[in-house]
Design a protein around this ligand. Structure first.
Ligand code: HEC
Length: 159
């Protein structure tokens, strides 16, 4: 009887761990191509929302191009204060003077990926989705770390 109970618990525990794993698997690892697959196919970023104080096409500062749009996934939008929730992704479309899409830059918050720089995974893509650079990119971190208290986010103010 007791053996059966223990076995039962074991089966439940195993099923649960499989379920938890599946949930975590829904998000890509810190990898440029896997992240592109996620934001272009699994959960197309053009269907996400915007920060409430940064909607649609906005005129930007250097070096990202003249105009930009910043899309944010639900995890991000649901984050009311800094730091944002793990799993947050921000996708920035960077446009030139003629409002032509030049590049796509992405920030993806991954638990334990890079604790000393806010756990952000950084990536830059061509408009067609080719990985131009990805990882713990010093250039990106350099500029964005001017706002550590705002979780490295520049276009949106957390309260
Ligand atoms: C020279 C400074 C600088 C560098 C380098 C830089 N950024 Fe930015 N970034 C900005 C500024 C300023 C903004 C605010 C929007 C604007 O004015 O273009 C911004 C906004 C963003 C946003 C929108 C979310 C937010 O934090 O506001 C993303 C995503 C982003 N950058 C990604 C990157 C990535 C990826 C890299 C490296 C490949 C990078 N940035 C390098 C200055 C920089």
């Amino acid at each position: 009887m007791q053996k059966k109970l223990i076995l039962g618990c074991l089966v439940v525990a195993m099923t649960m761990s499989v379920a938890c794993f599946t949930v975590a698997e829904d998000m890509p690892g810190p990898d440029g191509e896997a992240l592109w697959n996620h934001i272009s196919k699994v959960s197309p970023y053009t269907e996400w929302g915007y920060w409430d104080d940064h909607k649609g096409m906005i005129e930007g500062r250097a070096p990202h191009g003249k105009y930009h749009k910043v899309f944010v996934n639900k995890k991000g939008i649901d984050s009311v204060s800094a730091p944002v929730q793990y799993g947050t992704i921000q996708v920035k479309e960077n446009y030139g003077k003629k409002k032509d899409l030049k590049a796509i830059t992405v920030m993806y918050k991954v638990k334990d990926y890079n604790p000393k720089s806010g756990d952000w995974f950084w990536a830059k893509y061509s408009p067609a989705g080719k990985v131009l650079k990805a990882g713990k990119l010093k250039g990106c971190i350099g500029c964005h770390s001017t706002r550590v208290a705002n979780d490295f986010v520049l276009v949106h103010e957390f309260k």
